[in-house]
Design a protein around this ligand. Sequence first.
Ligand SMILES: [Zn+2]
Ligand SMILES: [Zn+2]
Length: 102
Amino acid sequence: MLLVCSSRCGGRLFRALFAEVEVDASGAYQDHRVTQPSYVCLNCGAPALDLGAVPAELEAQAQEEEASSSAVADVLCPVCETMVQLDANMECPNCGSPLEVS
Ligand SMILES: [Zn+2]
Ligand SMILES: [Zn+2]
């Protein structure tokens, strides 16, 4: 787990919103259990984000981008007959004619 303040105030202390604290008969702290992974920044009160959970999401996004960027097609420009690799840019880099992937 790597908590950061969502408003980036630089606070380093966070409070678990849903935690059960176990005490002994005199009320002294013994142990605690976080019942829900939800935290706030003690410095400014903004919700905290768990950066430890982010890399998996970023990886999934990167894989999606890879999949969409692999949809590249070679097209022959009908105007100047240049072989063009189409990706997001749908016009001929040579003469500027609009191209379509067939
Ligand atoms: Zn903060
Ligand atoms: Zn062209």
